[in-house]
Design a binder for this molecule. Structure first.
Ligand code: PMP
Length: 416
């Protein structure tokens, strides 16, 4: 069957979509990103670590909805908690008691958290964190890392359509891991810097993932404290996958604010920001709200998700499955004379072919895996869930065997 036939319903739907939705499918789930005509466009059904596209093709999923599915799709306990809350109250004129329960739970779970606020998307939190830092310090400038993603707001989207120079004129960036560059920016803008925002490790798209070099977090923490800069952690992607106490706890440092989303409620829409006591008043001074931000159902789902992760040692299981996958893929790559590396934490792995600057090998590898029922992304880091079992990983490695063979046949050994 040709790829076109395999994805016929997907492509038909996309044709209809293109007439009524700009780009047909926009943002990070665009098929341009996963492989036009060689990857599915629309989903029909999900369960555990698997999903089925509209053409009935089945996949073991290594994207987990780009992160949210930490326990796997349609988790019965989380769904029951959500439904039970929905039967009582969901959206109303007031928050439900679940908002207080969840905030109390998070302040106990996360050592640096003295207070919590909720939103819906990760960017609700990263944007709010910038305002809090500016309100607290009375300063304008923000430091971030080159190539880091914090959402689509203009302040962190230099070069995107519709973003003007003034939107980013107070945001300055440096190379991940380079404390010397960070300190040079501090020297240059001393007395003007409100906050510095970071992901816990570097996970840019179209690139290997980079863990923090030794001493990096100690240096950042020390400098921010000395200079009165609010240290913001964007834990939207990694939060609750590496460590339930926060990815900062995993790396051994304390931010002043931390932003969560993705894995917090196993797919129900919720984000949260936690902060230290000294920022409580500044947080309260920034007007902050949204039509759906007090929705009780997602908060009940979050409480259930975090309790299940804790009860079932979910984080440990995810790490073990990730380690199995990494070992299996790297070994299988070598068997086919491909120099592949799986970078990043085991729970959020990403495979790259050495020297594959155009990502042609990665694209072919992903599309050959997709044909055989494994959803790997060629350009974006992957995610493991607690619903991935050893047998799923073994099946994946067997399929990777076939996909690597096609890459070798097409592009040869590496290096040439
Ligand atoms: N920060 C990071 C590190 C992210 O990965 C994302 C989402 N990919 C965001 C912020 C923005 O989150 P959202 O798309 O939910 O607004």
């Amino acid at each position: 069957m040709s790829d076109k036939d395999k994805f016929k319903k997907s492509i038909d739907l996309f044709r209809r979509a293109a007439k009524v939705i700009p780009q047909g499918i926009y943002g990070h789930v665009t098929p341009v990103f996963t492989g036009p005509l060689t990857s599915p466009y629309y989903v029909e059904k999900t369960k555990g670590c698997r999903y089925w596209d509209v053409d009935g093709n089945e996949y073991i999923d290594y994207m987990c909805a780009y992160g949210p599915m930490v326990l796997g799709y349609n988790n019965p306990e989380v769904d029951a908690a959500y439904q039970a809350q929905m039967k009582k109250a969901d959206i109303s004129n007031h928050p439900g008691p679940i908002m207080v329960e969840l905030a109390e739970y998070l302040t106990k779970l996360i050592p640096m958290a003295d207070w919590v606020v909720f939103g819906k998307n990760g960017a609700d939190m990263t944007n709010h964190s910038i305002l809090i830092a500016r309100k607290h310090t009375g300063k304008k400038k923000i430091i971030m890392v080159k190539g880091a993603y914090h959402g689509t707001a203009p302040w962190c989207s230099a070069g995107h359509g519709g973003v003007i120079e003034e939107d980013t004129m107070h945001v300055h960036s440096f190379t991940w891991g380079r404390l010397d560059e960070f300190r040079a920016l501090i020297e240059k803008y001393r007395g003007e810097i409100a906050g510095a925002i970071f992901t816990p490790y570097h996970h840019p798209t179209y690139s290997e993932q980079e863990m923090p070099p030794k001493g990096f977090w100690d240096g950042i923490r020390k400098t921010c404290t000395e200079e009165g800069i609010v240290l913001i952690l964007d834990d939207v992607r990694a939060g609750f996958r590496l460590d339930l106490k926060g990815t900062n706890h995993y790396f051994g440092f304390e931010p002043d604010i931390s932003c969560y989303c993705k894995a917090i409620a196993n797919g129900y829409p919720l984000s949260a920001m936690v902060g230290k006591d000294f920022l409580r008043v500044s947080s309260a001074s920034v007007f902050y709200t949204g039509s759906y931000w007090y929705q009780a159902g997602s908060m009940a789902a979050s409480l259930a998700t975090l309790e299940i992760l804790k009860r079932d040692k979910g984080v440990e299981k995810i790490r073990k499955m990730g380690e199995l996958l990494k070992k299996g893929l790297e070994e299988m790559g070598q068997t086919h004379d491909q120099d592949v590396t799986v970078t990043g934490p085991a729970a959020i792995p990403f495979l790259t072919f050495k020297g594959d600057v155009s990502f042609l090998r990665a694209q072919l590898f992903a599309s050959e895996a997709m044909k055989r029922g494994i959803f790997f992304h060629p350009h974006h880091n992957w995610f493991i869930s607690a619903a991935h079992e050893k047998e799923d990983i073994e099946k994946t490695i067997n399929i990777a065997n076939e996909a690597f063979a096609v890459v070798k046949k097409t592009y040869g050994e590496w290096p040439q």
